[in-house]
Design a protein around this ligand. Structure first.
Ligand code: SAM
Length: 191
């Protein structure tokens, strides 16, 4: 399973948004979702994406997408899917809104703790990290990415404690482009 965490420091945590840019840059989250799951002619199998939204009015929200469960996702309306997931949030539980689409309240730190317990190898995407082509990527890999401002201080500290830093190239890329570059590395390595 390829696994990604995208942390959106200001991503809106209720479904009542219209302007994606004003909803804490939900446009970037949508690009990350598309890069995680869509190929030209089919959906990718074996991918899990964790979206942590940490903006108003009720942070944090953990949206989990699992491609192996027949997610009802269309490239034309990813924002509609996010809205429906946020509207269906139920306090105190992990709600399966649709196959492969879950919503719950969970912090970045809790999620990292769980993934560590599951034995995952965590990588933090960071320009100062090792070249991804020079490491042997674990089969249990989870890749953490920040939003347009990078990870906030607290989350960065937490991630650095638990992760190996890797870079995907010499430029600063959009988070969605980083996902594409990682997918490509993994595709080439037949993961
Ligand atoms: C648009 S970038 C953030 C730019 C932000 N100004 C910063 O310096 O962190 C979004 C995310 O993509 C990842 N990223 C961008 N370029 C990268 C690179 N060359 N190698 C690894 N990760 C990268 C980082 O995780 C970053 O938080």
């Amino acid at each position: 399973m390829r696994e990604f965490i995208y942390f959106s420091a200001r991503g809106r945590t209720s479904g009542n948004f219209h302007d994606l840019m004003k909803a804490g840059r939900m446009d970037i989250a949508i690009h990350v979702i598309i890069a995680s799951f869509f190929l030209s002619n089919k959906l990718r199998e074996n991918v899990k994406l964790h979206l942590i939204l940490n903006g108003p009015p009720d942070p944090p929200k953990h949206l989990e997408f699992v491609s192996d469960e027949e997610m009802p996702i269309s490239k034309k309306d990813v924002s509609g899917l996010i809205k429906r997931m946020l509207y269906k949030y139920k306090k105190g539980r992990k709600e399966r809104v649709f196959p492969g689409c879950y919503v719950e309240k969970k912090t970045f730190s809790q999620l990292l703790g769980e993934l560590k317990l599951e034995g995952k190898k965590i990588y933090l995407l960071d320009k100062k990290g090792k070249d991804i082509r020079e490491i042997e990527i674990s089969k249990e890999a989870v890749f953490i990415l920040g939003d347009h401002e990078g990870l906030p201080k607290r989350e960065l500290k937490e991630a650095k404690k638990n992760a190996e830093l890797v870079n995907v190239g010499p430029q600063t890329y959009f988070a969605s482009q980083v996902v594409v570059l990682i997918q490509n590395e993994l595709d080439r390595g037949n993961f």
